[in-house]
Design a protein around this ligand. Structure first.
Ligand SMILES: *Cc1c(COP(=O)(O)O)cnc(C)c1O
Length: 366
């Protein structure tokens, strides 16, 4: 049996009429950049995410960078980010001229270890970026408490967590601004790069809109120098066509994750993902830990099963952050997990038989 890591073409086939019609409309209206299709998607996503404002932009990395910039984060400031995340979270901090400060992750939840945040706060700290990694909300109550106590802004990186909830409330509604990626492989994916920002404050929303569109106030007037980070009409149309399915896709991910956890429960060689009772996980990824990870992956590959590693090198140890001079002992959890993390295939169209096959194969291989 073949089990791919994801199947974007398979998903397209399940919604082909809707996607094709949406793309046709973009061609007919020649609404390629911003325009009515972008306006409608922004409104639809704001409703879905229970957010007051939602602003589309070119990708999830730009979204973080613009959220920081529009909030006045810049040179001389420090921003706390988790050691275990995709580089965009940290990259955005450096891009606005601020300094990245990494915090180790929780050994079982993989999100930022809230007990280690306060040690890293200095008089220069301005913000914390909470990342809802793999689809699990970070421990937001504790993060909010720390942010409030030290006068820091909270930002949420929701690139992997569309529709996840913390204590019943949507992620993306806790931070000053919250950012989303619609990279094709994300839980809600476009057919190219796309991203967006949710926020409550109307004046921040207005600044973000201008920032991503050359600081424009009219066609040829500019309140300030911004940049070009706009959502394409084609991507917005695809996202609008897909959004009505996101609830079912998320339920499917949860059901498949539940099946994995059931099939693999009691297998002592596998550390399974955990979900605190107050959180709803959307399983962008189903990440386990095993010994001899590379051999295990190879043996699974031979059985036709694709797996991933998110992430093989924790950020404090990638070359780009060598200048920070970090050592493994500063991030013991992230460092120990690097060689053990393995993401099993999970995508809405996956069949239960495929989960059974992956689980049985993994047990055999171990
Ligand atoms: C995908 C991702 C991003 C960046 O999104 P792009 O749209 O690829 O720029 C940011 N943060 C996290 C945690 C991600 O997984």
């Amino acid at each position: 049996m073949k089990v791919p890591f994801n199947d974007l073409y398979g998903q397209y086939l399940t919604i082909k009429p809707q996607i094709d019609a949406a793309m046709d409309r973009v061609m007919k209206e020649s609404a390629f950049i911003k325009g009515p299709l972008v306006d409608s998607f922004e409104k639809e996503y704001a409703v879905w995410n229970e957010a007051k404002n939602f602003i589309g932009c070119a990708n999830g990395t730009d979204a973080i960078e613009m959220a920081l910039k529009a909030s006045g984060i810049g040179p001389g400031d420090e921003v706390i980010v988790p050691a275990n995340t995709w580089i965009s979270t940290a990259e955005a901090v450096t891009s606005v001229g601020a300094r990245v400060v990494f915090v180790d992750n929780h050994p079982r939840l993989y999100t930022i270890d809230v007990s280690k945040i306060e040690d890293k706060i200095t008089p220069k700290t301005k913000a914390i970026i909470a990342v809802h990694l793999y689809g699990l909300p970070a421990e937001l109550d504790e993060i909010q408490r720390i942010a409030k106590k030290h006068g820091l802004s909270l930002f949420e990186d929701c690139a992997q967590s569309h529709g996840a909830r913390y204590k019943g409330k949507m992620v993306g509604t806790f931070g000053k601004a919250s950012t989303f990626s619609f990279f094709p492989g994300k839980n809600l994916g476009a057919y190219g790069d796309a991203g967006g920002i949710a926020c409550d404050e109307d004046d921040l929303a207005q600044r973000l809109r201008q920032l991503g569109n050359h600081g424009r106030t009219g066609k040829f007037d500019h309140a300030f120098e911004g940049r070009n980070s706009r959502l394409d009409g084609l991507q917005a149309a695809v996202l609008s066509a897909k959004l009505p399915f996101l609830k079912d896709w998320t339920e499917s991910r949860r059901r498949l994750a539940g099946l994995y956890s059931h099939r693999l429960s009691g297998v002592s060689a596998v550390q399974l993902p955990e979900t605190p009772a107050h959180s709803s996980h959307v399983f962008h990824l189903y990440v386990v830990q095993v010994n001899n990870r590379d051999q295990v992956r190879e043996a699974l590959e031979k059985r036709g099963i694709q797996t991933g590693i998110q992430y093989p090198i924790a950020l404090p140890f990638v070359e780009a952050y060598k200048y920070l001079g970090h050592s493994p002992s500063e991030f013991p959890v992230a460092h120990a997990a690097m060689g053990r993390l393995m993401s099993l295939p999970i995508f809405p169209e996956m069949k239960e038989e495929q989960v059974d096959y992956v689980s049985a194969s993994l047990k055999e291989v171990l």
